[in-house]
Write a protein that binds this ligand. Structure first.
Ligand SMILES: Cc1ncc(COP(=O)(O)O)c(C=O)c1O
Length: 395
């Protein structure tokens, strides 16, 4: 079955980069346009939290809670995962000698938040060095455990990593970390809409995710889960009225996130349309959507890895709907021109980047390219990529 007609992507383009900013289906674009028209027909009534906004947000929160396995009372809306990580880390008060643990697979923007909060308080950042390719999730657990110490206050890890597209064993990371008395924040930027999420079962203290990647919702929106124990401590990145005027009958935590100054809530309000749409594509609904992307990713992996004569960089169970392919024959200084060639000569949009680096002063890592398989992608897209790589001399 073909699905690309539901998206407005340029038909000249082979778009293999859904993981970066997502792409929004036509029906969801229509929904967000309708919400905007309704908003502009009566802006005060629509945006005043106590009139229409709070009930509308609560409706979405309840649907989202069912989808991601969290109590609606523990969910707040944020602009994106970077916003969620900033809200939590910048609300923490660290002391001199404390440690924040991140990984070398972490997203640079979010790792930077850890660096910033550590620097301003005299804490230090520890980096768990996880290999890639890898064959067992224990390699991740071992690397994290090695860097945990009695001074660790917070571990920031991704659920699905950006440079390596790995599904991390987050539940076990939470157990390990809690055993040492530290807290865990999970950056699930890619996880909502890629994995069958049960956020509260993971047991993390904080969890954030994007709706605009694999849930195919309009840019920009995400959620932040905070364990009820810590909600009083966590402020949004933009402090507004609720700080000294909490809204009646609502938790101070939630109302502070529900109003962060004038903003456009319509991307949040279009989430139910996106979830309904993705669920409508397969007989078994949302699970069918998740399974289809994973199955196609494994087919894409087989085709590309066989043509490059390399093994799978990770076991199937650690892959969702993205794959990071190591490009052994490419030098770090060639990644930019390779990405441009794929785009200009072959019409393929795919990220090519200098592998695992953690600090600006470190040498660039082994170049990689990341394949995303969203329902609008087909194996013919991967075949086009294979032919392009062959013409360039990489397979
Ligand atoms: C793991 C991870 N975290 C955070 C982000 C940031 O997402 P956003 O820019 O929407 O905040 C990304 C974006 O690709 C990501 O891959």
């Amino acid at each position: 079955m073909k699905f690309e007609q539901h998206w407005q992507l340029n038909p000249e383009l082979t778009f293999l980069n859904h993981g970066c900013f997502g792409a929004v289906p036509r029906v969801v674009m229509q929904a967000v346009r309708s919400w905007r028209e309704e908003l502009e027909s009566d802006p005060i009534h629509f945006l005043a939290p106590e009139r229409e906004l709070e009930p509308k947000l609560d409706h979405v929160r309840s649907l989202l809670g069912d989808l991601v396995g969290a109590e609606p009372a523990n969910l707040a809306f944020v602009r994106n995962a970077t916003d969620g990580v900033n809200a939590v880390l910048r609300s923490m008060s660290l002391s001199e000698g404390d440690e924040v643990l991140i990984t070398n697979h972490g997203y640079n923007a979010c790792n930077n938040v850890a660096r910033y909060v550590a620097e301003r308080s005299g804490a230090t950042v520890q980096i768990a060095e996880i290999p890639y390719p890898l064959s067992r999730s224990e390699q991740i657990l071992d690397a994290v455990e090695e860097k945990l110490s009695s001074r660790t206050r917070l571990v920031l890890v991704d659920h699905v990593t950006s440079p390596t597209a790995l599904i991390f064993p987050v539940k076990q990371i939470v157990e390990l970390t809690h055993d040492r008395g530290a807290r865990v924040m999970i950056d699930g930027a890619h996880a909502a809409g890629m994995l069958s999420l049960q956020v509260e079962q993971i047991g993390a203290d904080y969890y954030t995710a994007n709706h605009h990647k694999w849930l195919c919702s309009p840019k920009v929106s995400g959620f932040l889960y905070v364990n009820p124990r810590w909600q009083d401590e966590v402020q949004p990145t933009v402090i507004s009225h609720s700080y000294n005027r909490p809204r009646n009958n609502r938790s101070a935590w939630q109302s502070s996130f529900d109003w962060v100054g004038t903003y456009d809530p319509t991307p949040i309000l279009a989430i139910p349309t996106a979830v309904d749409f993705l669920s409508s594509l397969f007989a078994d609904g949302f699970q069918g959507y998740l399974r289809r992307n994973h199955d196609h990713l494994l087919k894409a992996r087989d085709l590309i890895c066989q043509s490059m004569s390399i093994g799978s960089p990770a076991p199937d169970s650690m892959l969702g709907s993205m794959l990071a392919v190591p490009l052994d024959a490419v030098l770090p200084e060639q990644v930019e021109s390779l990405g441009q060639r794929l785009r200009k000569e072959f019409g393929i949009e795919i990220p090519v980047y200098p592998g695992l680096t953690d600090a600006e002063d470190q040498p660039a890592g082994q170049p990689m390219m990341r394949i995303s398989m969203q329902v609008y992608n087909t194996i013919e897209d991967i075949e086009r990529l294979r032919v392009a790589l062959q013409k360039i001399g990489l397979v």
